[in-house]
Design a protein around this ligand. Structure first.
Ligand code: CMP
Length: 140
């Protein structure tokens, strides 16, 4: 087992409903530690750059617009196998397909407004963490 870090985003639908604490509790209860966190309002340019991996997808423009529709909380989670652990805590991308007890099942509104984002691989976690945080911002 390896200690990993992953990038998490609490999305505008969740900040709008004041769910930051409820979502953070899900991470902490499962042993993930929030080692960096900030609340920001993404610009359209930042959202487009962050999601550039999806730029050929039909949902890209709407996704970028949605991610700028309100504040988000970006955070670094650390723990044993944090990347896969966080994806298990979040549940499937589409809340309609997510397992009971996951964040997206309990809080997600739609495939777009699905409350949270989490890195999908160690390579993307490193890229995504450095998109928002410098090493000095991460406190263990
Ligand atoms: P996220 O983990 O942030 O990564 C890309 C996001 O695109 C995804 O969560 C969804 O919220 C969003 N999205 C919007 N429409 C779709 C779709 N049809 N299929 C997959 N992801 C979608």
């Amino acid at each position: 087992m390896a200690t990993e870090r992953t990038l998490s985003i609490i999305k505008p639908d969740a900040t709008r409903r004041n769910l930051t604490g409820a979502i953070n509790e899900r991470f902490e209860i499962r042993g993930l530690k929030i080692v960096a966190q900030k609340r920001i309002h993404l610009t359209l340019g930042q959202a487009q750059k962050f999601y550039q991996i999806h730029k050929e997808r039909a949902f890209y423009d709407d996704l970028c617009k949605y991610m700028t529709s309100g504040p988000v909380v970006v955070q670094v989670l650390e723990g044993e196998q944090a990347i896969t652990e966080n994806r298990s805590i979040m549940g499937a991308t589409n809340p309609a397909n997510a397992d009971e007890g996951t964040i997206r099942k309990d809080f997600g509104e739609s495939v777009e407004a699905n409350s949270v984002h989490g890195s999908d691989s160690p390579e993307n976690a490193a890229i995504e963490i450095s998109f928002f945080f410098a090493d000095i911002d991460i406190v263990i």
